[in-house]
Design a protein around this ligand. Structure first.
Ligand SMILES: Nc1nc2c(ncn2[C@@H]2O[C@H](COP(=O)(O)OP(=O)(O)O)[C@@H](O)[C@H]2O)c(=O)[nH]1
Ligand SMILES: [Mg+2]
Length: 354
């Protein structure tokens, strides 16, 4: 049932280095790609010593990827790493298809999620900075393939501008950003006029936020007021026992986020800043559990929202053998088996009443 092919979705092949964090890193990149409504149909691993400086992938690997890609008719290869513009170009020539690296995937997600003016500017700035050295290639792709993942974004209307103009644009964006930041409080004020509580899902990529979001599908209520105009895919109004609330999915925290993307990432969390209750979804089976929880707290603190009512949800307990090592300060659930989800809903209803 699960391997039914979905023809609406763009299909990609992921190539990833086999190191000690390999399992987590594959799960994460799959989650990231799914965020773009694309589908990973295969993961190909490579050993770090097979790395080639010019083409990133060694000769044998290029051959392998090339074959598989043709066999499955896939037009996009995702490299689960950051590669240089030259490597990207060389690889695309070898593979004769679109190649995206990890940062480009993340950028594309942020672009698809940026709802406010500030977030859009922030993402466009990051896009210009990262894509700038890659633009010539990207443009030729665009004219050939007309879009697809990694190609859509805030900056996509800027196709005609040349590199010289991009420099100017970066300067202008920075300027605009400064002004927009000063207007932030206006948005918050607007939000306060709606009195339906907002519950936001936060936590690391792959923790189960989107699965949780979908869990509320059957409970959807008619929403005449849209919370975030462009983001209906990540916001829904649900009703329970005479209580209504919005639930908002978020991009989520990403391991080793490139530094220049931190501001964009925070900008995508603006929905969270406007929410009344945070559901912190933790992957209870993660080996980096403590570090991940701490990293989430740190960012919430930086955004000044660590005081909001929060429910910590340890998800995936079906995968945890020694449950007693989990912290006791939260609700232990499994979205897979449904365990304790009733308790969680009860807790949410309780929190939004306050
Ligand atoms: N075993 C197990 N897997 C889960 C559970 N909840 C979610 N998953 C899986 O974890 C992966 C990531 O889930 P997703 O909702 O996309 O995470 P997100 O990145 O936080 O939105 C998916 O493959 C889910 O099927 C759970 O309770 N148990
Ligand atoms: Mg998700």
């Amino acid at each position: 049932m699960d391997n039914k092919t979905n023809f609406d979705k763009e299909q990609v092949i992921v190539v990833t280095i086999k190191d000690k964090n390999f399992q987590y890193s594959v799960a994460e990149v799959i989650s990231l790609v799914e965020n773009l409504h694309a589908e990973v149909i295969m993961t190909i691993t490579m050993h770090r010593d097979a790395f080639n400086n010019a083409t990133y992938l060694g000769k044998g690997k290029i051959e392998e990827v090339s074959q598989v890609r043709k066999e499955f008719n896939v037009e996009t290869i995702v490299i689960n790493d950051n590669i240089s513009p030259l490597q990207k170009q060389a690889l695309e020539e070898e593979l004769k298809c679109k190649v995206l690296d990890r940062t480009e995937i993340i950028l594309a997600i942020f672009a698809s999620r940026a709802s406010s003016k500030e977030a859009q500017l922030q993402v466009e700035l990051a896009q210009l900075q990262y894509l700038y050295p890659r633009l010539t290639r990207m443009w030729s792709h665009l004219s050939r393939q007309k879009g697809g993942i990694g190609m859509k974004g805030v900056g996509e209307t800027q196709l005609e501008i040349d590199k010289r103009m991009i420099k100017k644009k970066v300067a202008r964006l920075k300027d605009e950003l400064k002004k927009v930041k000063d207007n932030r409080f206006l948005q918050r004020k607007k939000r306060m006029q709606s009195n339906t509580p907002v519950v936001s899902l936060v936590g690391y990529t792959n923790a189960g936020k989107s699965t949780m979001f979908n869990y509320f599908k059957g409970k959807e209520a008619f929403a005449k007021d849209q919370l975030f105009a462009t983001l209906d895919t990540i916001t829904k109004k649900v009703s329970y026992e005479n209580a209504e609330f919005y639930i908002v999915d978020t991009v989520g925290f990403i391991n080793n986020l490139p530094h220049f993307l931190v501001e964009s990432f925070k900008a995508t969390l603006e929905e969270v800043m406007l929410s009344d209750v945070l559901l912190h979804i933790v992957d209870a089976s993660s080996k980096q559990l403590t570090q991940q929880i701490r990293a989430v707290y740190e960012v919430l603190h930086e955004l000044g929202i660590d005081e909001k009512p929060m429910i910590t949800v340890y998800n995936k307990i079906d995968l945890v053998k020694e449950k007693e090592i989990l912290p006791e300060n939260g609700i232990h659930v499994s979205l897979k088996t449904g365990e304790n989800l009733d308790l969680l809903v009860k807790e949410i209803l309780e929190k939004i009443k306050k």
